[in-house]
Design a protein around this ligand. Structure first.
Ligand code: DON
Length: 309
C-alpha cells in the first residue's frame, strides 16, 4: 500500500526536490516572498489513524486558492446550486487565475468559474453570515471539521500583506459589483477573501480535507456527511477542469487526479473513493503551480497508477 511505502515516497520527494531550483516564489503577495523555495513536503491520507508524511512535514503554509474549493462548498450548502451558478459559471477559462479579460467579453458579465479569482470573490460573497467575521468563523469551523484540527487559524501577516496589494482583486470586485454579480461592500469582501486565502495549514491537514472530498464528503471517522455527496462531486469536477488554472488540461493528461493548487505552493488532491494528498512546495512554475509538487504528483500517479481516466 502506498502509505506504507515510506522509503519509496522519501526517495520520490528528494528526486522531485531538484525541480524547486527552477521555480520562483510568488512575489505579488509580499509576505509569500519569505518562504524557503527548497522546501517540499508530501502527506497521503487513506482514512487510517495517521497520514503518511515525508519531506519538510512540519512546515505550515496558507491555503490561498485551495480555499476556493472550501468557500464553494460552503456557499453551495448555504445558497443551493441554482443561486450560486446564477452568479458564477462552470467553464474553464484558459486564462491566468487573476485575468479580467473574460469578465468583460463574456455576456452576461459573470465570472466563468469559481476557481479563478473573480469567481472565488463572487463565491465568498455568497457565504451566509451576519458579519464578515461571522462568515470567516463559519469557514474556519468547517475546516476544523474537515481536518479534525481545531487549531487552524488564518495568518494575519499574510492576510494584511495581500489586502494592501490586492489591487487586481479590487478591480475585479468593483467590475462585478457594477454588473450586479454581488452588492457587498468591496473592502469588506476583500478583507474576508484575503483572510480566507491566509488560512494556515500543514500538508497533513490538506491530505485530510482531500480525503473527505474524495470520499463523498463523509467525516473521516464518524462517516457523517460534512459535505453532501452532490456537492463533493461538483468540487472534484471543478478540480479536474479548473483546479490547476490554465495548466488544468495538461495536468489531467500527465497526472489525471482532481487537484487544486494555491500560490503559496500548496496542492490538494482527491482520488475519488481513495486517497487524499497534500503537498507543499513554494517554488512555482510560470502558471502559479508548485513546480516540484506537480512533478511529484506526476511520479506518484505513474508509479501507483492513480489516474482516474
Ligand atoms: O487572490 C489571490 O491572488 C491569492 N490570494 C490566491 C491566488 C492563488 O492562489 C492562485 N493560485 N495558483
Amino acid at each position: 500500500m502506498i502509505c506504507e511505502d515510506k522509503e519509496v515516497l522519501a526517495s520520490m520527494i528528494e528526486e522531485a526536490r531538484t525541480y524547486t531550483g527552477y521555480g520562483q516564489l510568488a512575489d505579488y503577495i509580499p509576505a509569500l516572498r519569505e518562504a524557503d523555495p527548497s522546501v517540499l513536503s508530501l502527506a497521503i491520507y487513506d482514512g487510517g489513524e495517521t497520514c503518511a508524511a515525508v519531506g519538510n512535514v512540519d512546515e505550515t503554509f496558507t491555503l490561498q486558492s485551495i480555499s476556493k474549493v472550501l468557500s464553494l462548498a460552503l456557499a453551495l450548502m448555504d445558497q443551493g446550486e441554482e443561486e450560486v451558478f446564477s452568479r458564477v459559471g462552470m467553464e474553464p477559462t484558459g486564462d491566468p487565475f487573476n485575468s479580467i479579460i473574460k469578465l468583460e467579453t463574456n455576456q452576461p458579465n459573470k465570472p466563468l468559474n469559481p476557481m479563478i479569482n473573480a469567481g472565488a470573490l463572487a463565491v465568498t460573497s455568497m457565504i451566509s453570515g451576519e458579519t464578515p467575521d461571522h462568515k470567516l468563523g463559519r469557514l474556519l469551523t468547517f475546516i476544523h471539521e474537515l481536518t479534525g484540527n481545531p487549531e487552524i487559524r488564518y495568518d494575519e501577516k499574510v492576510a494584511e500583506s495581500e489586502l494592501k496589494t490586492a489591487h487586481l482583486n479590487r478591480s475585479l470586485s468593483y467590475f462585478m459589483k457594477q454588473h450586479g454579480v454581488f452588492d457587498d461592500d468591496v473592502e469588506d469582501l476583500l478583507d474576508l477573501y484575503t483572510k480566507q486565502c491566509a488560512i494556515e495549514v500543514s500538508c497533513q491537514d490538506l491530505a485530510k480535507i482531500g480525503y473527505v472530498i474524495a470520499n463523498e464528503g463523509k467525516h473521516v471517522f464518524s462517516k457523517r456527511p460534512i459535505i453532501p455527496l452532490h456537492i463533493a462531486r461538483i468540487l472534484k469536477t471543478f478540480m479536474v477542469t479548473c483546479g490547476m488554472y490554465n495548466a488544468s488540461g495538461e495536468f489531467a493528461i500527465r497526472v489525471g487526479i482532481p487537484a487544486k493548487s494555491g500560490v503559496s505552493g500548496g496542492i490538494m488532491a482527491s482520488i475519488p473513493h481513495g486517497l487524499g494528498i497534500g503537498i507543499y512546495g513554494p517554488a512555482l512554475d510560470d502558471r502559479g503551480n508548485s513546480i516540484a509538487g506537480m512533478k511529484l504528483l506526476e511520479s506518484l500517479s505513474h508509479r501507483y497508477d492513480l489516474s482516474i481516466f
